[in-house]
Design a protein around this ligand. Structure first.
Ligand code: NAD
Length: 263
């Protein structure tokens, strides 16, 4: 039963980073189907990115894929410039591009590993939020941003110092930016997924025993799907969520609530 509609302003245009895979891909396709022109930023898999864009176009939507390493300031500039040239502006942004935790204990972690993670998972959203906000503010327009964080922004794991620190920083980036931008009606929210079945969990997808063991730890009894996360992102991007800003919404089947159990 649908009890409210997620629909978008006719003039809205979106950028989705990490658009060739997982949560970003599912979000881009749903936005495109909702009538929002979408530019998918991708890192390396041009075939997958163009296939996702074609899925949108074949369904009557507007989309294009652009290679952009989110940790590279010039590449982020080029991504936004492309979207503005092609579709006129960008007022919706989803920062989904990200790397997973290394699994390396801090004492053994190379500075280059930590640096790479912070550059992708934290500098990336910083650069794209900043670029979008500069354009919106100079045009006097509002907009909406969703930063894809993780339950590990608050729930640490041994071997996750790189990822957990990046996502923890992202939570504060999201909150601070929301406060700065509320008077301009630019909303900034985060989402904190638990275990979602995307290539980031490829080993569980490839190994039924691992999947079963991990899903047994989730109170809801299963991992989430990227389309479910995409639905939450679309809601937070939509005018229906107008009064929501500065928060991070957890989507994890209650996994994060088990953090302090068992002892
Ligand atoms: P995914 O591996 O399918 O997608 C990640 C995407 O980020 C890929 O398309 C990859 O190419 C892209 N990427 C990586 N480095 C990049 C860079 N430097 N520049 C541009 N793009 C880059 O995984 P996913 O699950 O869809 O992950 C999306 C987001 O969700 C990530 O930020 C991740 O941390 C977060 N997340 C995922 C899960 C999960 O269980 N899958 C849980 C919590 C949070």
């Amino acid at each position: 039963m649908a009890y409210f509609n997620i629909s978008f302003d006719n003039a809205s245009v979106a950028i989705v980073t990490g658009g060739e895979s997982g949560i970003g891909r599912a979000t881009a396709i749903k936005l495109g189907r909702a009538g929002v022109p979408v530019v998918l930023g991708y890192l390396s898999d041009s075939v997958a990115a163009n296939e996702a864009a074609s899925t949108i176009v074949d369904g009557g939507g507007k989309a294009a894929a652009v290679r952009a390493d989110v940790s590279d300031e010039q590449a982020v500039e080029a991504l936004f410039h492309f979207a503005e040239q092609r579709f006129g502006k960008v007022d919706l942004l989803v920062n989904s591009a990200g790397l997973n935790m290394s699994g390396v204990m801090l004492r053994d972690m190379a500075l280059a590993q930590f640096d790479r993670m912070i550059r992708v998972d934290l500098y990336g959203p910083f650069l794209s939020c900043r670029r979008m906000v500069r354009a919106l503010e100079s045009a006097g327009r509002g907009g909406r941003i969703v930063n894809v964080s993780s339950i590990h922004e608050r729930a640490p794991r041994p071997g996750g110092a790189d990822y957990d620190a990046a996502k923890g920083g992202l939570a504060q980036l999201t909150a601070t930016l929301a406060l700065e931008l509320a008077p301009k009606h630019i909303a900034v929210n985060g989402i904190a997924p638990g275990m979602i079945l995307t290539p980031m969990n490829q080993s569980a997808l490839d190994n039924p025993q691992e999947l079963q063991r991990k899903e047994a730890a989730i109170p809801w009894g299963r991992a989430g799907m990227p389309e479910e996360v995409a639905d939450l992102i679309l809601f937070l991007l939509s005018p229906t969520a107008d009064y929501i800003t500065g928060t991070t919404v957890t989507i994890d089947g209650a996994l994060s609530l088990t953090a302090a159990q068992g002892a």
